[in-house]
Design a protein around this ligand. Structure first.
Ligand SMILES: [Zn+2]
Length: 90
């Protein structure tokens, strides 16, 4: 094997290793996001927000920034894909 072939072989192995590490990190993050989503779904309140004249929800608890926690949860869950593509292996 010539030096350039060895160089590119090592580079390819390092790139492959890095890609596999990143895929593992993505899978871990996906699993954590799914767990967080499941917890948030359990916290959903069936009652709609009731805003006062200041625009503050009187029905639900507020987050530190003053927004309604339930509105934020609904917003987040609506933005989360409902299912993974068929054949997606984890
Ligand atoms: Zn609310």
């Amino acid at each position: 094997m010539s030096l350039p072939d060895k160089y590119y072989g090592d580079l390819n192995r390092r790139a492959t290793t890095k890609l596999l590490e990143q895929q593992g990190e993505i899978n871990d993050l996906r699993a954590r996001a799914e767990q967080a989503e499941a917890i948030l779904r359990q916290q959903l309140d069936p009652y709609p927000c009731r805003y006062d004249h200041h625009g503050e929800c009187q029905e639900h608890d507020r987050l530190a920034d003053g927004t309604c926690m339930q509105a934020r949860i609904r917003e987040l869950l609506n933005a989360t894909p409902k299912s993974t593509p068929a054949g997606d292996q984890r």
